[in-house]
Design a binder for this molecule. Structure first.
Ligand code: ADP
Ligand code: MG
Length: 331
């Protein structure tokens, strides 16, 4: 990633001493999508969000983590005014989105999950039009700087329809920043993007955050939340099921799985291994769940050797999002 020519001072100016403690406050928000009676997509009313309460601290990188269909995009789109909530209150930078929509919207930049812009415009035009829409005076436009930030300077005058998927996604990020909002929201920024683009997006997110921008991102990758975020809320079936700082959450889900393939069939699990939580997975495989911070694998291997079993193969698995959900909904 290239360093932009100038830092966006305006972002820092928007975070003076009297800046709000919470960048976003969501209280008792519900969303029910109306039933559709038209065409192939006939559906009954769908409750997508149920009584959501969420505060997003200013200055944080906040992850909204959840599986497909959990309600992440619905919540993000309510923030941006693309979806109308059924009830509840939302304040963005202390401005109510119902009573002060213009100021609320001026404080937030949203990169939606779906890429949306007119394919006939060039990246430079896309950014200029968006800046015009937000009333950014010509002298304060950041078009060149933003193009450089997302490494599209050399494509500034190419038709958007000639850009690759990754380039379009980068352009969407630049577009969300034209009015220098103190909050940037990214809905599934790295779903389906290659490793290189993911790295670049992550670097940009980290740098913007260092410059004072509050970041909210949705993802269904635990790894992404782990790499980037300091606060994580988990949403499932339209409800917030966990909301805590990353370290606390990770300490809850810190479990791994290890499997040992053995030379001989195991008829009965030896007592000493049973004590360590061994489970039979097939005739020659034993599986253990363990927490790396409380237990080391050496202990397990020693117990297997003592039981006179010989190991032919070992494999481990990190806990994934599914385990996290299982664990959290079980608690
Ligand atoms: P996520 O972003 O977490 O994958 P969404 O917010 O897109 O979840 O969807 C939440 C639920 O609301 C899903 O069951 C989805 O099918 C439904 N939904 C989303 N958009 C609409 C819509 N425009 N009309 C009806 N139902 C919708
Ligand atoms: Mg979504």
């Amino acid at each position: 990633m290239k360093t932009p020519r100038k830092t966006p001072d305006a972002i820092l100016d928007k975070a003076p001493q009297n800046a709000p403690q919470n960048a976003i406050e969501i209280n008792g928000v519900n969303k029910t999508y109306a039933p559709s009676s038209k065409g192939k997509n006939k559906s009954t009313a769908k409750k997508a969000l149920e009584n959501i309460d969420l505060n997003i601290p200013r200055g944080s990188i906040f992850a909204l983590l959840g599986p497909n269909g959990a309600g992440k995009s619905t919540l993000i789109n309510i923030l941006g005014g693309m979806v109308i909530k059924s009830s509840g209150h939302v304040n963005i930078w202390e401005q109510d989105i119902d009573t002060d929509p213009m100021n609320a919207r001026a404080s937030i930049g949203i990169v939606p999950q779906e890429i949306t812009f007119d394919p006939f415009f060039t990246p430079r035009q896309v950014l200029d039009i968006q800046a015009g829409y937000y009333g950014v005076p010509k002298t304060e436009r950041r078009t060149e700087e933003l193009l450089e930030m997302v490494e599209l300077s050399d494509k500034a005058d190419a038709h958007a329809r000639t850009l690759s998927g990754g380039m379009k996604r980068r352009l969407m990020m630049a577009k969300a920043l034209v009015h220098t909002p103190p909050i940037l929201v990214l809905d599934e920024p790295t779903a389906g993007v290659d490793v290189e683009l993911r790295q670049m997006l992550w670097e940009n997110v980290k740098r913007l955050n260092r410059e004072g921008v509050t970041i909210v991102l949705t993802t269904h990758y635990l790894e992404e939340a782990e790499e980037l975020c300091d606060q994580i809320a988990i949403i499932n079936h339209g409800k917030i099921v966990a909301n805590e700082d990353k370290e606390t959450l990770l300490s809850r889900i810190d479990n791994k799985e290890i499997r040992f393939r053995l030379n001989d069939e195991v008829q009965e699990i030896p007592k000493a291994l049973e004590k360590l939580g061994a489970e039979k997975k097939g005739r020659r495989t034993l599986m253990f769940r363990y927490s790396p911070k409380d237990q080391n694998i050496g202990e397990i291997i020693e117990a297997i050797n003592k039981a006179k079993l010989s190991i032919t193969d070992i494999s481990t698995q990190e806990s994934d999002l599914e385990d996290v959900f299982l664990q959290i909904t079980r608690d």
